[in-house]
Design a protein around this ligand. Structure first.
Ligand code: NAD
Length: 252
């Protein structure tokens, strides 16, 4: 990919104040985009610009997208990355938690994309990239609700790609494996034995280590780039081989 393939383009990154979203926002900016981060806590370093938005609130999203349009005069790229986790079997979360997680992880994408569509239709290089997960394709233990939400993101990606292909808007998603972000740091610190938990997560990766946020960011930017004009409706695994490879355990 060209070092400046996003020159002159404006990108919106939800959940861009941390982890995968922050790495993606910085990569986009480094490759020439003006980047608006939409986040509930939008503290971001320059040249990123933060806009307060809660993807579970349609009014908040609409106001933020309007503010981005006013500020930059265009929106070309939308990275729907904001998301939250959930633990447990299908029996472990009540209706309120099911509604909350699906609202942020799935309906949030619909809200942000809906608000941005009028801008994207005007763009010569329109692209949406959604953050799904290996949990959309593989059964992970104690991730029933989270997996349901990420499976929905994968299905929604293909549906959106179909609906908008003739408008010149490409829609793809990434499926990261366990990535070393503040989210996973929080999960590890809540474990009974954080070191053993990290070793188990590393072992699940065929490459023997966690995915880095920067690696996911590069994959997202590949899908978002105007140089990828024939790529739409795809899901790109960035998972250290966790989904498809069956390797022998690394000897202790
Ligand atoms: P993170 O917790 O480091 O960052 C998430 C960001 O989203 C934070 O800045 C947070 O403030 C923001 N956010 C949360 N709820 C929001 C809301 N309602 N509105 C706006 N912003 C909100 O997480 P991360 O690990 O970087 O994960 C980012 C995405 O990647 C998520 O969709 C997650 O499901 C997905 N993912 C993560 C991993 C992983 O192992 N870290 C693996 C696969 C997929």
């Amino acid at each position: 990919m060209s070092a400046h393939d996003f020159d002159g383009l404006v990108a919106v990154v939800t959940g861009g104040a941390s982890g995968i979203g922050l790495a993606t926002a910085l990569e986009l900016a480094g490759r020439g985009a003006s980047v608006a981060v939409l986040d509930v806590r939008p503290d971001v370093p320059a040249p990123l610009e933060g806009f307060t938005a809660d993807v579970s609130d349609r009014g908040s999203v609409a106001a933020a997208i309007t503010a981005v349009g006013d500020r930059f005069g265009r929106i070309d790229i939308v990275i729907n990355n904001a998301g939250i986790g959930a633990s447990g079997t299908v029996a472990d979360n009540g209706d309120d938690e099911w509604a909350r997680v699906l609202d942020i992880n799935v309906t949030g994408i619909a809200r942000v994309s809906t608000a941005a569509l009028p801008w994207l239709r005007e763009s010569p290089a329109a692209a949406i990239v959604n953050t799904s997960s290996i949990a959309a394709q593989s059964g992970l233990p104690l991730r029933a609700l989270y997996s349901a939400s990420k499976g929905a993101v994968l299905a929604l990606t293909r549906a959106m790609a179909t609906d908008h292909v003739r408008e010149g808007i490409r829609v793809n998603c990434v499926c990261p494996g366990t990535a070393a972000t503040p989210w996973v740091t929080r999960l590890l610190s809540a474990a009974d034995d954080p070191e053993a938990e990290l070793a188990a997560l590393n072992a699940r990766q065929a490459i023997g280590r966690l995915v880095t946020p920067e690696e996911v960011a590069k994959a997202i930017c590949y899908l978002a780039s105007p140089l990828s004009g024939s790529t739409t409706g795809t899901a790109l695994d960035v998972d250290g081989g966790a989904t498809h490879l069956r390797v022998r355990p690394i000897p202790a």
